[in-house]
Design a protein around this ligand. Sequence first.
Ligand SMILES: [Zn+2]
Length: 73
Amino acid sequence: MQAKTVVSSPITQKGKLLPRCRLCEEVPPRGIRGGYLINGVFICNLCETMILELEAGTEDYRELLGRIKKLWE
Ligand SMILES: [Zn+2]
């Protein structure tokens, strides 16, 4: 009898870690390509666009800025 060759797949490929946006808690459909990793904090494209479109000095801007700052605290 011949011994069967067991092809073991590496565990690292099973538990693929998908990035989750720290602002909206969503996982972009394109994964890591759907956003940016800044200092270890992942921000998706949607939130990035939102930040860019906000007018500086407005209440929304300040609120979002406060939330972003907390991510790195
Ligand atoms: Zn987001």
